[in-house]
Design a protein. Sequence first.
Length: 464
Amino acid sequence: MAMTTTTPSDGSAASHVAFFAFPFSTHAAPLLHITRHLAASAPTTLFSFFNTTKSSSSIFSVSREGETNDTNIRRCDVWDGVPEGYVFKGKPQEDIELFMTSAPEAFRKAVAVTEAETGRRVSCMVSDGFLWFVGQMAEEAAVPWVVFWTSGEHSLYIHINTDLIRERIGIEGADSRRNQVLTFIPGISNIRVQDLPDGVILGNLESIFSKMLHQMGRVLHRADLVFTNSFQELDPVVTVELNSKLGRFISVGPVNLLTQQKQLKDSSDSCLRWLDEQETGSVAYVGFGSVVRPSKDEIIALGEALEESRVKFLWSLREDLKAFLPEGYVERNKGKGMVLPWVPQVKVLEHRAVGVSIIHFGWNSVLECMAAQVPMIGRPFLGDQKLNGQLVEAVWEIGVQVEGGVFTRDGVRKCLELVLHGDKGKKFKKNIVRLGKLAQEAVRPPKGSSLVNFTTLLEIVTKR
């Protein structure tokens, strides 16, 4: 087990908090973000961050400005579960299955090594919600178990209610009841069966993800605290329901506002200078993160819609996906649009020129749009993105889903016209301004709800 270590310079750490990351998708980065903020707030506490080498090498290497220097954070790399010389068979989620099979023992061994090397017994365990087995580890060690749910409270609420949903809707023939709404669960009466994450009642209920989330929903009530990247004013009813079903539940977001994380890579400042030249609310920002991979046909359709519309655009598009664009596309649209492999998304969304964001309805992106008060056009791909899309369109009314659930030239053009120039778009803007102000108030000193909740989180994880 390889380890990179930085420990408190004065050796006075009173408590030792272990963080356990899920090393896939975008889960580990926000957990490290929270870890760093806690570490900066508790400089005499030692924080050990357990994660695979590949994942940690990626997230620890990101340049930061104005953040802690990690002087009281210890990076602890664990085995990813892939045997030496292993040949992948091409099964879906094969790497996740290998990791989850080995993780309980790998984490236990890593904790033992860390305790021996530091001379400090772990006093609290904080895990990604997917790693439900950490609850057993915490129980064995007689220390608190705290859980970070990286998505919103609504998806967590649904996973906790999976057994009830399966009982009331029925697994057999559930596909024929896709439009049935969950009126029997308080707070989500606008959510339909078809909006639920795959594995709850539709899709492969035997996949590693489905089993992992189902088990998580059954054991989370044992946690001393569950916290999420959201703000309690977004949906007070669901917040109350979660508190009644869990030992204790709080929201500490939006994390990007709470910690004001700096985004560097100043080579992309060219896009910000370009935005400075555009009219207020006139630009469509397009970005799908680092995980989602739209098809070639959808990239082409989206590109055609942007080119043929009267809307200027800034498109964050990875090089492998940029290759799908027709030859000459970027050159042809110079002046009207920019296509870049990376942009500082939070800064872009906060720019006055951006009037709409075309996204995949990933929770972090939804929350960042909300905080920046930018209406959304979305195309869900996986996980909780269908649910988030329904919340955006039908519950909060701050954006719209593309027709048919896929990007088409006419569908995207229609959405752009609706959001930027239609009466419905004005309603979206009014609603998202209201929610954005609530998000900002949640992190405003001294008594913003998320600030108060963060103090609660800090007290629980650092208490011996």
